[in-house]
Design a protein around this ligand. Structure first.
Ligand SMILES: Cc1cc2nc3c(=O)[nH]c(=O)nc-3n(C[C@H](O)[C@H](O)[C@H](O)COP(=O)(O)OP(=O)(O)OC[C@H]3O[C@@H](n4cnc5c(N)ncnc54)[C@H](O)[C@@H]3O)c2cc1C
Length: 376
């Protein structure tokens, strides 16, 4: 017992701000290293009443890299895919139930799209031109996975807690609050008992605050901005493959393991309206059906050409979220910051993932682990 306590005392104290997919994944990667005691502080968690303050609950989400020519992100996305492929392995993967493995088609209306960056996905090949929809200049198909986001976020939180992680619900006003007092200055029970409690020394601070990085004191990154997304979620368990159209239009179809299908393709740069717009729903359904007529129930398709009226009874939710984008792209780097007692403490940034938070999550988390280990 004494040995265990001694080992725990020796562990470095790490605080992660944020409990979205980025904060949770990062916290797990650090926690499972075994050398760190990790606490997440966040004002929104999986399972809360959903709002645009927490983007992760609104994602589709599929793994289709958006890395373009950025070689670093290409590697991050591949690492994430490899890890999720293991998690989703049929009969063996520890989180199999959170994922649907499926065939994905990427269709481009102008030029050749993403070039060869999709090559790492299993069975990746060009779709013969004869089989392409009118107006499509190139099509690529491959195997990938989609993530049933509400379940997956619960899985991440449960995995973190089960292996000894701590979570505290609070709003951080300024990072100095953590650097001076440690995580427990935010812990209500602890405060009730002893407001003059001993401060806890923090050895590393990781910022995974998403859009919150705009306003969090000590970070206040003016390059962070929202890209508003809106989706319609249909109950259509007959849909078993994914499809995206990119070019003049942007439309995507993301079936989940549960039988729900996320239809979207809205990109509102600096659009802060926090609720779904009814006119946008109609537009999404019209474009979705044009791209993927099989969204309509099979019996309707057998009888006649489907229209969007046929989709309305299938709608189970209208969703709206703010992708946490950043001018100049993702911020994934380490700095040092001076704590109140004069110590130089590693401060790691992992935010600004825009529309690829899930796609890049594990690769970014492993990078944070590497940076922190080096700094400490
Ligand atoms: C419609 C839509 C579809 C999408 N589809 C996909 C997809 O298919 N694939 C994909 O990879 N991504 C997709 N995304 C993007 C993805 O959802 C985001 O990239 C991801 O959720 C960002 O996660 P995050 O953890 O950085 O931010 P968030 O989930 O917003 O989490 C931020 C966390 O920080 C906390 N926080 C912030 N400030 C403070 C503070 N001051 N004090 C305390 N806590 C604070 C919040 O409480 C929260 O816990 C989609 C997004 C949308 C909206």
């Amino acid at each position: 017992m004494a040995d265990i306590q001694d080992q725990q005392v020796e562990k470095k104290e790490i605080v992660v701000v944020g409990a979205g997919v980025i904060g949770l994944t990062t916290a797990i990667a650090l926690q499972e290293k075994g050398q760190y005691r990790v606490t997440i502080i966040a004002d929104a968690f999986p399972g809360d009443q959903r709002s645009t303050r927490y983007t992760s609950c609104w994602a589709g989400a599929h793994h289709v890299t958006l890395s373009g020519k950025d070689v670093r992100i290409q590697q991050i996305d591949k690492d994430t895919f490899d890890y999720m492929w293991q998690l989703s392995e049929p009969g063996k993967g520890p989180a199999e139930g959170c994922f649907l493995r499926l065939k994905q088609e990427e269709l481009y209306e102008d030029g050749h799209g993403n070039g060869n960056v999709l090559d790492f996905y299993p069975d990746c090949k060009d779709i013969p031109n004869d089989n392409l929809l009118a107006g499509v200049t190139r099509g690529v198909e491959f195997q990938t996975l989609t993530i049933d986001v509400p379940i997956y976020l619960q899985y991440l939180k449960a995995r973190f807690l089960a292996r000894g992680g701590s979570v505290i619900r609070s709003t951080v006003q300024h990072i100095n609050q953590i650097l001076e007092g440690g995580p427990y200055v935010f812990h209500e029970d602890y405060l009730k008992r002893n407001r003059l409690a001993r401060k806890v020394r923090v050895d590393g601070l990781v910022i995974c605050a998403g859009l919150g990085a705009r306003t969090l004191g000590g970070i206040e990154d003016p390059a962070v901005y929202p890209i508003r997304g809106q989706t319609v979620i249909l109950r259509a368990p007959w849909v078993k493959s994914g499809r995206t159209l990119t070019g003049k239009h942007w439309v995507y179809i993301i079936p989940r393991r549960s039988g729900d299908v996320v239809v979207g393709g809205i990109e509102g740069v600096n659009d802060w309206y926090p609720l779904p717009r009814p006119e946008t729903r109609t537009d999404i359904l019209r474009r979705g059906l044009a791209l993927y007529p099989e969204l309509a129930p099979p019996e309707v398709r057998r009888a006649r050409e489907p229209n969007i009226e046929d989709l309305l009874p299938l709608v189970i939710e209208d969703a709206c979220g703010f992708r946490p984008a950043r001018k100049g792209g993702l911020r994934l780097e380490a700095q040092r910051v001076r704590a109140e007692d004069g110590r130089s403490v590693p401060l790691i940034f992992n935010y600004g993932h825009a529309g690829h938070g899930y796609i890049s999550s594990w690769g970014c988390a492993f990078s944070v682990l590497e940076m922190l280990t080096k700094e400490l």
